[in-house]
Write a protein that binds this ligand. Structure first.
Ligand SMILES: [Zn+2]
Length: 129
């Protein structure tokens, strides 16, 4: 289940393409922890890095989230739940030894890919050494 998270959004695809171009291989829409019903947009099992691309609207980006004029209470509640869920996902994954990288969908793809590349490379090096 992927509540409120659409699959394969344009920013997700762009990041996957860019990371792939840099020679990194990953799983797509995969659960880092099988019993935890959360899927990462890009998953690097060996390096234990989980990457999420968060939609500015659904996850409440400070730069782009606009408060709905109609059904304001409903949307505020929905946003609060999404953010709490994101927070909980981060905590659960970190507790299990994962590095969690979250990017707003508005972050330039090269910038996000730089971070993914450097974190994944560092973790792999640390594990292989
Ligand atoms: Zn944004």
């Amino acid at each position: 289940m992927r509540a409120n998270r659409r699959r394969d959004t344009a920013p997700e695809l762009a990041l996957r393409r860019e990371v792939h171009k840099r020679g990194l291989r990953y799983y797509v829409d995969t659960r880092p922890i099988p019993e935890l019903r959360r899927t990462a947009d890009l998953l690097f099992p060996r390096a234990k890095v989980a990457v999420f691309v968060d939609g500015c609207f659904w996850h409440g980006c400070p730069a782009h989230h606009t408060h709905a004029r109609t059904n304001a209470a409903y949307w505020a509640d929905k946003l609060a739940k999404n953010r709490a869920r994101d927070q909980n996902t981060n905590e659960r994954l970190r507790a299990a030894g994962w590095v969690v990288l979250r990017f707003w969908e508005h972050v330039p793809v090269s910038e996000a890919a730089d971070q993914v590349q450097s974190v994944v490379s560092a973790r792999r090096f640390a594990r292989d050494a």
